[in-house]
Design a protein. Structure first.
Length: 451
């Protein structure tokens, strides 16, 4: 039955694109471009994803899907497409470390539509990510396998997706969306929509955790996502609870490491963070309520922190009173979390939005840049969104296609041309239609308003 749903989603995603073709073919925006064999950018100021300043008046040569050469002057190969950058900033594509591309429906719609509707909306969401300059995303839970396949095969435009597959949760955990009046699956209860559509897996005990993790890996997951504590999007679990036993966490980690990849864990509280990292988790998602000793432990063990601001600074629509309380509690913890990272010099910080169930907010994803400005400088935030998140994606080892988040020779050609200097004005990125003059992913141009 599962394979039928997956295949149907693939076909429906393709059909959805055909129905929406006119919307994709807007001026200056290609639906899916023909690969550029060779592209030469001239007269650009390069932010390489790491440096404090731009390298001015540079040229950059792309051959296939890689950056081949960077110099002050490059002779154009005979077959090259030459793009005069006109002094624009050339920077790496944005990387989103915690996204949910399949979950951009309101809570009301989530319980009233089928997987066909999810697939149609997801094609639009994928395009939105790419046109906002997000050339790679790590999907933190959702049935994205068919969507990724459609993007990779050139059927629809979208970012490079690192899928987690189903988020793995315990009964009564963060991904158990059963209503109070629904019977348990132990006595014949039906799975909730998130489970039926393959976005979540609700499991208990080591054998079921192993099965869920291995099934995700079988289907193409590049990492495993588990929930080790409560969240505001779920009904039954407070933020302070800890979920999954040490043995269950280790089972997920064992399955992932056997596949030469890693586990990321949803968790806000200190007890859960410590349990997760003591049992092999490599990346903590959210972490809003972390204290200094726990953050120092993360630094000591080289654990990544994947935080988000926009999803907490703006209240998602459709929350009930208890969900709103948990959402406010999580938002209140962000200031202390980021203040502590500055205090102890914790810099393994990724970039992402975690926007869910709000179709209007997804178009504002780039406001994550300015929301972080309270704690970080523009260059620190840009590093988080490029080189640091690219380094974090490298944890997936055998699934990693190459260097991401940097502009250097040999790196994958994910490139943005920005009208202005984001190192001094991050707000430029919050207006992508106006200020992203060119978007290239994997050597292909998807938007070109400069030539």
């Amino acid at each position: 039955m599962k394979s039928v749903i997956i295949d149907r989603r693939t076909l429906l995603a393709i059909g959805a694109v055909g129905a929406a073709m006119a919307k994709f073919c807007t001026p200056g925006v290609a639906q899916v471009s023909v690969p550029e064999a060779t592209t030469l950018f001239t007269n650009v100021d390069i932010f390489d994803g790491r440096s404090e300043t731009r390298a001015e008046s540079m040229s950059l040569l792309v051959e296939g899907n890689r950056v081949a050469k960077i110099a002050t002057s490059i002779s154009a190969p005979p077959d090259a497409t030459v793009i005069d950058g006109k002094g624009h900033t050339l920077m790496p594509g944005i990387i989103g470390a915690h996204e949910h591309v399949m979950l951009q429906l309101s809570y009301a719609e989530f319980y009233s539509v089928d997987d066909r509707y999810f697939a149609i909306v997801a094609t639009q969401t994928a395009k939105t990510y790419l046109m906002n300059g997000w050339t790679s995303i790590r999907d933190a839970g959702g049935n994205t396998f068919s969507l990724k396949k459609a993007i990779d095969n050139g059927v629809i435009p979208g970012p490079r997706i690192f899928p987690s597959g189903t988020m793995i949760s315990q009964t009564g955990g963060h991904c158990d969306h059963s209503l109070d009046n629904e019977p348990s699956r132990l006595i014949g209860g039906e799975p909730d929509p998130a489970v039926r559509f393959g976005d979540c897996a609700v499991v208990d005990g080591v054998p079921e955790v192993l099965e869920a993790a291995r099934d995700n890996l079988r289907r193409g997951a590049t990492q495993i996502k588990i929930a080790v504590g409560g969240g505001f999007g779920s009904f039954a679990d407070p933020l302070e609870v800890v979920q999954f036993t040490p043995e269950e966490i280790r089972a997920a980690v064992q399955a992932a490491e056997d596949y030469k990849t890693y586990v990321m864990a949803h968790i806000y509280n200190n007890d859960g963070i410590k349990r997760a990292i003591e049992n092999g988790v490599k990346c903590i998602e959210h972490g809003n309520l972390v204290d200094e000793p726990t953050l120092r432990l993360m630094k000591e063990k080289g654990i990544w922190l994947s935080p988000q601001v926009i999803t907490f600074a703006t209240e998602p629509i459709g929350l009930n009173a208890e969900q709103k309380r948990k959402h406010a509690e999580a938002f209140a913890g962000i200031d202390n979390m980021f203040t502590l990272t500055k205090k102890i010099g914790f810099d393994k910080i990724a970039f992402g939005s975690d926007i869910i169930t709000d179709p209007n907010l997804i178009a504002r994803m780039n406001e994550e840049f300015t929301f972080r400005s309270k704690w970080f400088s523009p260059v620190e935030i840009l590093r988080q969104a490029t080189s640091l998140s690219g380094e974090m994606l490298g944890l997936s080892k055998r699934f990693n296609p190459g260097k991401l988040g940097v502009i250097e020779e040999g790196a994958l050609a994910d490139i943005l041309l920005v009208n202005g200097n984001p190192l001094t004005d991050l707000s430029l990125l919050t207006k992508p239609e106006e200020n992203l003059a060119l978007i290239m992913k994997d050597g292909r141009i998807y938007k070109n308003m400069i030539s």
